[in-house]
Each structure stands twice: as structure tokens, then as C-alpha cells.
Write a protein that binds this ligand. Sequence first.
Ligand SMILES: Cc1ncc(COP(=O)(O)O)c(C=O)c1O
Length: 386
Amino acid sequence: MKPANSVLSSYGTTVFEVMSRLAQEHGSINLGQGFPDGNGPDDVVTAASAYLHDGINQYPSMMGIPELREAVATHAKRFYDLDFDWPGEIMITSGGTEALASALFGLIEPGDEVVLIEPLYDCYLPIVRRAGGVPKLVRLEPPSWRLPRQALTDAFSDNTKLILFNSPMNPCAKVFTRDELEFIAALALKHDAYVVCDEVYEHLAFDGRPHIPMITLPGMRDLAVRVQSAGKIFSLTGWKIGMVSAAPELLTPIAKAHQFLTFTTPPNLQAAVAYGLGKDDAYFDALNGDMRARRDRLGAGLADIGFDVIPCEGTYFITTDFRPLGFNGTDEEFCRHITIEAGVTAVPVSAFYQGGGIDHFARFAFCKEDASLIEALRRLKAHFGS
Ligand SMILES: Cc1ncc(COP(=O)(O)O)c(C=O)c1O
């Protein structure tokens, strides 16, 4: 047999899949994978189901249904005072992941350098490499997750095609400040590089911290690509509706990639997301307040058991240092250990790094029912005997 594509074949099964399978095998509470419990907002789900019966069930427009593209523009104006001309600047994809893949395949030419910030969401590097990009990695490290400005400056060159980063950032729960975004924007401007910003957790920046879309910064309107996910906005991660917003010169090549990857996205779900984006402020406030309360519950409980809990500024995730519990193995060993012995699953933070060196942090997802969080904490407490 001839070998398959060497870049993609070099990757194993993702750590999320491995840990989820192990959790299932052992009847463990899965705080590893970041999908919310529950079934999302009732009215949004009802809108999707009504549209299945009454709407169009054939291929919708390649760029997305007009109602949703317009709703994305209205949402951007409402929350960030951004003006998008939706027919030329907004496209709907099958999830944030496809939005990112389309952006990377559409913009990267083989040999282009691509700056990435570790810890990395799992699909970034394989897609960049498959697109022929040459990754230049810069790492944030726990517990401060401080932006290493010199390393970032050094990672840029005249061969840099783009930087891809994520704010609020999975798994480290960092929300980039305006100052940090300005620093990145200045490098992008200096090197004439694009900025692909994964903003899927935009409504999950906590404690009054603003989420600032990169594209709102001076000079970034024509260089930045904004990526969103309805899965995170409506706690419906299985829907896989993503959105890309960018200047027409950027969106055009990105749309070419989308055209040949998935071409389009289920119209009933698009219609329901269009409806959902119009929900009142109370919905968005409750989403944020509810997740913040879960964060506080899980964070306080883990600290009480003896974990070092790193402050969480946004997303679904809390990172913890487990060494104070007396566990001396690696983070992978720790996550397997608590899955099998305590009945609670987390994921090792080392999985988000390429080069090693980070091996004693575990990530817990708090986007779960209170009952699951309470039971998970009870089990961990019983196991570690604190
Ligand atoms: C940082 C980040 N980007 C993108 C995605 C994928 O979004 P979607 O499910 O819409 O493809 C996720 C999902 O967990 C994520 O955490």
C-alpha cells in the first residue's frame, strides 16, 4: 500500500477522545472534553426543529443563508460597534474548526511562516502543516500565561504570512488585554502579516473583562480574520456552525477553501442561529453569569481539595497544578489516575504543547451541570482524603 498523507498520518487520536473513552470505560465524570451539559436554549432548538419541517432542506448558499450573515453583522455592531458589509465580509462554515481550516488553507502558501501561540488548540498545528505552513511557536507558560514579547518579536520575520491565536484562550483561560492585542497588531503591521483570531469564547470572558476582537484595533480591519462558533454562544457544540468575518480581499480566498471543503452548512441550524443571535442582553448576560458561577464552584472546590488553581479569566476551563496533592507522576499519568481511581476525568495540559517541559498541570471543564461538578468534587475529595 502507498502511504497516506504523512502530515496527518503522523498524528494519533486526540487526547480528548482518548480521555473520553477512558472516562466511559470507568464510569468517570468527564470534565475533560469541553462540551456543556444540557440541550441549549429551548427557543433556539425549537427554531431549528421548526425550520426542518417548514424551511428549505436543500443546499443553501455557499456563503451561508443571508439571514444568518446579516445577523452576524448585527451582532458585531451590537457588541463591538463593528460595521461589516455582510454580503462581502461574512461567511458561515461548519463550525469554528472549519472556519479556521478555510482561513488557513485559503491564506497560507507552502513555505509561509505561521506564528502560533502555545498552548495550542489541537487542530491548529495539523492544519497549518497540511497547508504547507512553517510553524513558528511561541509559548505561554503556567501559572502566569504572560505574553513573551521578545520571543514573539523574534518569531516574526518578513516571511510571516500570519499569526493564529485564540482569545479567550483554551486551555489556559487567558483573555488577552488591549495592550497585548496592540503588541501583536504592531508586529502584524510591521511584517504585513494577517491575524487569524479564534474568538469562539467571545461571550465567556469573565468578571467584567472585555473581549476585544482583534479586528477592532487600528490597522487591523484589513488584516484580521475573526472566527466565531455558535456552538459556544448557544451551548450547542454539536451544531458546528461557525462564522468568519473579514475584509473582502481576505474573505474571498477563504471562501474558496470553504467551497471545496464543505461547500455549505445545514440551513435549519443556520436559521436557528440567526434567530438566537437576536436574543436580548439577558440571554448573553445569563450565559456569562452562569458559566462564571460554575467556574467559581469548581475552582473553589479544587482549591479546597489542595490543587493549585490558576486564575481563570474566560472559556470553559480551569487549569490546576496537582503537585500539592503529592502526586509525582506526569500530567498524563495524573489524568489516567483520577479517571480510573477517583472517577473524574481531566485532560493533561502537556497535550497542548509540542516541545515538552509542561507536565504537572491538568485542565478541568466546568461547563457541566451543578450536580456533576458537586459529585466530581466529592469523588476527588474522597480520593485525595483532604
Ligand atoms: C479554541 C477553540 N477553537 C475552536 C473550537 C471549535 O469550534 P467548533 O466546535 O465550532 O468547531 C473549539 C472547541 O472546543 C475551541 O476550544
